[in-house]
Ligand binder design. Structure first.
Ligand code: HEM
Length: 121
C-alpha cells in the first residue's frame, strides 16, 4: 500500500513545494491573461499559503491556515479560461522543476475539483 504522503514526497517535500511555488507565483503575476486579477495580491503571502495548502493536500505535515477557497476568490470574477491559464502556468512551473508527468497529473487531479469554488462566471 502506498504511504499517505507519497505525493508530498514525490513533490520534494516542503522544500520542493516551496521552490515550485516560488517559480509558479511570479508566472501568474506575469501572465497577460490573468495578471490583472493579481494586481492587489501579495506574492510572498501567496507562495506561503499555496505551499501550506499543497503540502497538506498531498499528505505532508502542514496545516493550511488561509481563507476558504470560495470566500477568497468570490469577488475576483474568475472564469474557466482564467482557471485554465493558471493550470497551464502550474504545468510550466512543474516542467521547469523537472517534476515527472505522473506526479504533475496527481497534483492537478487534487486541485482541479477546486474550480467549483473558484470559478464564478
Ligand atoms: C486550484 C486553483 C487555485 C488554488 C489552489 C488557489 C489557492 C489560493 C490560495 C491558497 C490563496 C491564498 C488565500 C489566503 O491568503 O487566505 C489564493 C489567493 C488568491 N487567488 Fe487563488 N487559487 C486557485 C485559483 C486561482 C485563479 C484561477 C485565480 C485567478 C486567475 C486566483 C487568484 C487569486 C488571487 C488574486 C488571490 C489573492 C486574494 C487576495 O489576496 O485578496 N486563484 N488562492
Amino acid at each position: 500500500q502506498a504511504p499517505r504522503d507519497e505525493l508530498y514526497q514525490a513533490l520534494g517535500g516542503k522544500a520542493g513545494i516551496t521552490r515550485l511555488n516560488a517559480d509558479f507565483v511570479p508566472r501568474l503575476f506575469n501572465d497577460a491573461r490573468i495578471k490583472h486579477i493579481f494586481k492587489d495580491a501579495n506574492p510572498n503571502n501567496l507562495v506561503e499559503q499555496l505551499t501550506d495548502q499543497i503540502c497538506a493536500a498531498s499528505g505532508g505535515p502542514c496545516k493550511y491556515e488561509g481563507g476558504a477557497m470560495k470566500a477568497v476568490h468570490a469577488d475576483l470574477g474568475i472564469t474557466h479560461a482564467h482557471f485554465n491559464a493558471l493550470v497551464e502556468d502550474l504545468q510550466a512551473a512543474m516542467d521547469a522543476a523537472g517534476i515527472p508527468f505522473a506526479t504533475q497529473n496527481r497534483l492537478l487531479a487534487l486541485l482541479a475539483p477546486m474550480h467549483r469554488d473558484i470559478v464564478t462566471r
